[in-house]
Design a protein around this ligand. Structure first.
Ligand SMILES: C[S@@+](CC[C@H](N)C(=O)[O-])C[C@H]1O[C@@H](n2cnc3c(N)ncnc32)[C@H](O)[C@@H]1O
Ligand code: SF4
Length: 339
């Protein structure tokens, strides 16, 4: 689709020289394949120099005035070692960290494919950015200084790795921190997120509060809604209480579960999503619901790569969590989302 040397063409010489002096071979990634949705969202499988594959998603959104925002959702690792119970990337296992230039290349690939400038970058693709913080920070610097993407237009998403939020805060970036919470209490979080035991909720909330105080950038909490597991009104009320205890400066982004192979989790019905949202809003919490995008095939993060690499999946449910029977409703669950 584009030449393997696109990195050489787009990235300023100074940064390339810096990388090459550090011993990195750059400009080797290429597009292996892509899936295009009716709404214009494109998911790319990027082939790295060692033939490993990572996913990158380009999401174009046109606002009321007709201007297009193009968001690149980039991967920071090949796979992920943290194995959250609902995530296809985690189920596919972990191979290695990405180098900074491999992250930057994903953004350039999206620009190439869309023939347009990327305006926003979210580190929400495959992998845990905080386990690869040095390279993520180097990529962030290059994207900001050389590819000219504003720091405020970038978001770093983490499920929480001890001591890394403080480290990120010390860099005083003007970027948003997104914390993947998924539960309003420690007990439930441990069932959904296998790494939760190592970083108790209280400590996470304290570090997020400090991040807000040090950077003045709001923290966004990602909450993947799993039917019958964490989507009850009581969970929403408990979440609102938790955020008020540690706020202000918080926002909640609800992500309806995107079905993947190898789990029994289900996507909540629209009505349940809307009740959860309104419960938070009536407690004065600002909320967004991740929009449905058109990539219904292999849309969940990591799923397309797993299909191509025929990755054997780790076992399904985390201990003790069982979905409730589907509610009787005439409404269908929403279609799958991208990224
Ligand atoms: C793929 S992770 C990458 C960034 C980081 N590792 C994290 O967990 O925040 C980005 C977001 O995707 C969400 N996610 C992963 N698999 C999902 C699925 N099957 N359905 C909905 N959201 C999912 C995660 O909860 C997380 O908030
Ligand atoms: S949700 Fe994030 S941390 Fe969890 S397995 Fe997936 S990529 Fe890793």
């Amino acid at each position: 689709m584009f030449a393997s040397s696109f990195f050489d063409v787009k990235v300023p010489l100074a940064f390339r020289t810096e990388l090459q002096e550090a011993g990195w071979v750059v400009g080797r990634s290429s597009v292996h394949s892509s899936v295009t949705a009716a709404d214009g969202t494109i998911k790319l499988l990027i082939k790295l120099e060692d033939n490993r594959l990572v996913e990158t998603v380009g999401i174009p959104v046109t606002d009321d005035k007709g201007s297009v925002r193009l968001t690149a959702c980039v991967s920071s690792q090949v796979g992920c070692p943290l194995r959250c119970s609902f995530c296809a990337t985690g189920k596919g296992g972990f191979s290695r960290n990405l180098k900074a230039h491999e992250i930057v290349e994903q953004v350039l690939a999206i620009e190439e494919v869309f023939n347009n400038r990327v305006t926003n970058v979210v580190f929400m693709g495959m992998g845990e950015p905080m386990l690869n913080l040095k390279e993520v920070l180097a990529a962030h610097r290059c994207l900001n200084k050389d590819v000219q993407i504003g720091q405020r237009m970038m978001t770093i998403s983490t499920v929480g790795v001890p001591n890394t939020i403080k480290k990120l805060a010390s860099h005083k970036l003007q970027s948003t921190l997104a914390l993947s919470l998924h539960a309003p209490n420690q007990k439930l979080r441990e069932k959904i997120v296998s790494s939760a035991k190592a970083y108790p909720l209280e400590a996470i909330m304290k570090d997020c509060r400090d991040y807000f105080h040090e950077t003045s950038r709001r923290v966004s909490f990602e909450y993947t809604l799993l039917a019958g597991v964490n989507d009850d009104v009581e969970h929403a009320k408990e979440l609102a209480e938790l955020l008020h205890k540690w706020g202000p400066g918080y926002h909640v982004n609800l992500i309806p579960f995107n079905p993947i192979d190898g789990t029994e989790y289900k996507r909540p019905y629209r009505k349940a999503i809307s009740i959860f949202q309104h419960t938070l809003e009536s407690s004065k919490i600002t909320v967004s619901v991740r929009q449905t995008r058109g990539l219904d095939a292999s849309a969940a993060c990591g799923q397309l790569r797993n299909e191509f690499q025929k990755v054997p999946l780790a076992s399904s449910f985390s201990d003790g969590i069982q979905p409730e029977p589907e509610p009787e409703s005439e409404q269908e669950p929403e279609a799958a989302v991208a990224c």
